[in-house]
Design a protein around this ligand. Structure first.
Ligand code: PPS
Length: 297
C-alpha cells in the first residue's frame, strides 16, 4: 500500500472525501464504503477519533455477553468490531471483516454524519455516539498521531493545535462532527453519550447503554462490567489496549494507546494563549448548537 510500509519508515498518505481528510486507502475504496449494506440488527458505535470508542466497545461487548470476561477476550478490539472505513492491507479491511461477521454485528465508524453510508439510517440501525470535550480530545488525538504510523505525522504541538481547529485532520472538524450527530439524534435511533459522564458516573452510563441495547443489568453485573472497563483494568487488557497491532504501526513506547484516560489533561498541554484562542474559536463554531461540554470536573 502506498504511504505505509510495515518496516516503519513511512507514514500513511491522506486525501479528501467530500472535503473531509481521510487516509488514502479509505479514499481509494470510498464507493464501496458508501454503498455498505447495513443490516437492521447492526449496532454502530460512532465517534470522533479518541472520544472513547474502545471504552464503549468493551462495555457494549460485555453487556452483550452478560459480563463473560472470557468471551470479551476472544480477539483484540479491532477484530471484534469491524471499523468500516478502515483498511490496512496487512491487518485487513473493516468492510471485508464486517461482511464476514455473523449477525448481529457491532461495528465502528469515525465518519461524520454526512459521510455515513446511508443504509444505516435507512435500516433504522441503533447507533451509539460518544463525544468528548474537544480540548482533551485534541490532546489525545495529537499523542495518537505521534505513535500511530497509520495517521500523518502531527508536526509540533503548535502546528497540530492549528490544524485541529481548522479541521485539517483525518475525519475532519471536531465541531462539525459532534454537531452533525447531535442534530441527527432526534430523527434516528441514536444514543448520544459523553466521555465525561462515563468517567464521572460509569455505572449510570453503562446502565443507559444496556437499556438502549435492550438489556437489564443487575447490580452485581453492573459492578463487574464497570470494573472490567475501568481505565486501569483496560490498560492491562491485551485484547483492549491495541498492543496486538505491530509496533511498526503503533508504537506504544512513544505514547501508549491507553495513555491517561482523564478529564482535564488538556491543562498540561494548552498554553494560556492557546486556551484563549481555543475558547474564542469554540464560541463562534458552537453558537448554533444546544450541545454543551464539561472541560473539567
Ligand atoms: S480510537 O483510536 O479513536 O478508537 O480511540 P478511542 O478509543 O476513541 O480513544 C482513546 C482514548 O480513550 C481513553 N480510554 C479510556 N478512558 C477512560 N476509561 C477507559 N476505560 C478508557 N479506555 C480508553 C484512552 O486512554 C484515550 O484517551 P487519552 O486521553 O489519550 O488517554
Amino acid at each position: 500500500m502506498e504511504g505505509l510500509k510495515l518496516d516503519g519508515t513511512e507514514r500513511i498518505s491522506v486525501d479528501y472525501v467530500q472535503g473531509i481528510l481521510q487516509p488514502t486507502p479509505t479514499c481509494d475504496i470510498w464507493d464501496q464504503i458508501w454503498n455498505f449494506q447495513a443490516e437492521p440488527d447492526d449496532l454502530l458505535i460512532s465517534t470522533y477519533p479518541k472520544a472513547g470508542t474502545t471504552w464503549t466497545q468493551e462495555i457494549v461487548d460485555l453487556i452483550h455477553n452478560e459480563g463473560d470476561i472470557k468471551k470479551s477476550q476472544r480477539a483484540p478490539t479491532h477484530e471484534r468490531f469491524p471499523f468500516i472505513e478502515w483498511i490496512i492491507p496487512s491487518l485487513g479491511s473493516g468492510l471485508e471483516q464486517a461482511k464476514a461477521m455473523p449477525r448481529p454485528r457491532i461495528l465502528k465508524t469515525h465518519l461524520p454524519i454526512q459521510l455515513l453510508p446511508p443504509s444505516f439510517l435507512e435500516k433504522n440501525c441503533k447507533i451509539i455516539y460518544v463525544a468528548r470535550n474537544p480540548k482533551d480530545n485534541m490532546v489525545s488525538y495529537y499523542h495518537f498521531h505521534r505513535m500511530n504510523k497509520a495517521l500523518p505525522a502531527p508536526g509540533t504541538w503548535e502546528e497540530y493545535f492549528e490544524n485541529f481547529l481548522a479541521g485539517k485532520v483525518c475525519w475532519g472538524s471536531w465541531h462539525d462532527h459532534v454537531k452533525g450527530w447531535w442534530k441527527a439524534k432526534d430523527q434516528h435511533r441514536i444514543l448520544y453519550l459523553f466521555y465525561e459522564d462515563m468517567k464521572k458516573n460509569p455505572k449510570h452510563e453503562i446502565q443507559k447503554l444496556a437499556g438502549f441495547i435492550g438489556k437489564n443489568l443487575d447490580d452485581k453485573l453492573l459492578e463487574k462490567i464497570a470494573h472490567h472497563t475501568s481505565f486501569d483494568v483496560m490498560k492491562q487488557n491485551s485484547m483492549a489496549n491495541y498492543s496486538s497491532i505491530p509496533k511498526e504501526i503503533m508504537n506504544h513506547s512513544i505514547s501508549p494507546f491507553m495513555r491517561k484516560g482523564a478529564v482535564g489533561d488538556w491543562k498540561n498541554h494548552f498554553t494560556v494563549a492557546q486556551n484563549e484562542r481555543f475558547d474564542e474559536d469554540y464560541k463562534k463554531k458552537m453558537a448554533d448548537t444546544s450541545l454543551t461540554f464539561h472541560f473539567q470536573f
